[in-house]
Design a protein around this ligand. Structure first.
Ligand code: PGA
Ligand code: ZN
Length: 433
């Protein structure tokens, strides 16, 4: 038992230049932990709400109210609570705000405090965070398989294309280091291809190339071409992962493809996604249907769940009961874990545990608004979650997280890289392509 002595908040700024909440937690021993809340742009309806000041200043995104909650509400309630007992700390936070969306405290306040406590506890036992996480949650640590964005899109790129994330995975790599090397080659090959078409126009919110494409298919073709230009055969060592983020352009059973000026009903949209799965080496697809389209998600999973990873992000918002419900329905076969989506470390780990109970895969994920906070590299490794998604291969709020995994690799050993997605498991790995 080492009691919490102080909880202090401060306003810092995220990768989009918006204010966010940083929290310092100090235990009576003097051990200190610090964490910063990230921020999403394509947020699920059922995820924890960020407390923002509103009004005109700072585009309404001020965090004065959230900092007040940290110092005047959460902080006093945690004084004297055992900082090494994450479950007790998070329970004390939840007792202050039983609303499902953390509407009173704000998810930005709760996540920064909860993660800062986790860091303080690791400091208390003198361990790196990943090792502490593995021991607290009784997991075998492993270095995750990255999903790395090559082209941005959707809400992260002015809705230039409908699909939000065009990513690669390198499941055929033997080490985390090898993934980084292959990714670098593909990233710059993609940039060269954009440049040669006169379409190079900077980068989107998460550092992927700006998607100056005429259609979603053109982006997919460019991604395949980039993989080939990097000297790889698409679908062998390197494959494609998409975050459709369909809630951003679909609702009530209709999907509006703005670029092509087409409006598709759920069935036609699923057929189109199926044609993409046939035509391109896609290993993973996130939020293929809108979060309100339960029947669509079930139908999609029934049709394609055996051959592709189907990830629930907005669909389950890191919420254990929504993961359970989706598993009961037969929707999705993997979960995206974003701590700020649910608001505390304990609840995020519960969602992860629910997923593993259902034999789902899990991907620990950043948000599109990020900072230098490295917690997710440690969570992904310590939980042995299997996969990590932090955005692209530029911009330091992204690279810092990949680089932290390389530092962890030095201690944990290159062999601890998860080969979580054996190629033989996938339809295209079975020679059907
Ligand atoms: P967000 O997007 O952080 O803007 O919500 C990330 C994602 O959809 O995975
Ligand atoms: Zn997503």
């Amino acid at each position: 038992m080492t009691a919490i002595k102080s909880v202090r908040g401060r306003r810092v700024w995220d990768s989009r230049g918006h204010p966010t909440v940083e929290v310092d937690v100090v235990l009576v021993s003097g051990a200190m932990g610090r964490a910063i809340a990230p921020a999403g742009a394509s947020r699920g309806q059922r995820e924890a709400l960020d407390l923002r000041d509103g009004g005109t200043a700072l585009r309404g995104k001020g965090v004065g109210r959230a900092l007040h909650v940290v110092e005047q509400t959460i902080g006093p309630a945690l004084l004297g609570v055992d900082g090494t007992d994450q479950a007790a700390v998070d329970a004390a936070i939840l007792a202050l705000d039983p609303s499902p969306l953390k509407a009173t405290l704000g998810g930005n306040a709760t996540v920064a405090v909860s993660l800062a406590v986790l860091h303080a506890a690791a400091a208390e036992v003198g361990r790196p965070l990943w090792r502490h996480v593995a021991s607290v949650y009784d997991r075998v640590p492993s270095l995750p398989l990255p999903e790395v964005q090559i082209f941005g899109g959707g809400a992260h790129a002015g809705r230039r294309v409908d699909i939000q994330d065009f990513m690669i995975m390198v499941p055929g790599a033997a080490t985390f280091d090898e993934v980084m090397e292959v990714t670098s080659e593909v990233y710059f090959a993609a940039g060269d291809i954009m440049a040669s078409k006169g379409k190079l126009a900077g980068v989107a919110d998460e550092g992927g190339w700006w998607p100056a494409f005429a259609s979603n298919e053109e982006a997919l073709e460019a991604l395949v071409a980039a993989i080939e230009k990097a000297g790889e055969r698409p679908g062998e060592r390197v494959a494609i992962s998409l975050d459709i983020a369909a809630s951003e352009f679909g609702s009530n059973g209709r999907y509006r493809l703005a670029l092509e000026d087409r409006d598709l009903a759920t069935d036609a949209w699923i057929d189109l996604l199926g044609r993409w799965l046939d035509a391109y080496p896609i290993l993973s697809i996130e939020d293929p249907l809108a979060e309100d389209d339960r029947a669509g998600m079930v139908a999609f999973t029934e049709r394609f769940g055996a051959r592709v990873q189907i990830v629930g992000d907005d669909y389950v918002v890191t919420n254990a009961s929504l993961v359970d419900a989706a598993a009961r329905d037969g929707a999705c076969n993997a979960v995206l874990v974003k701590v700020n989506q649910v608001g505390t470390v304990t609840e995020a780990v519960e969602a992860f545990r629910a997923a593993t109970r259902h034999d789902w895969r899990a991907i620990v994920s950043a948000r599109s608004g990020e900072t230098e906070d490295l917690s997710i590299s440690h969570l992904a490794t310590g939980l042995g979650a299997g996969q990590l998604k932090v955005g692209s291969f530029t911009r330091s709020e992204r690279m810092a997280k990949w680089n932290e995994c390389l530092r962890i690799q030095d201690t944990l050993g290159a062999d601890a890289f998860v080969r979580g997605m054996p190629l033989a498991d996938t339809w295209w790995g079975q020679g059907e392509r």
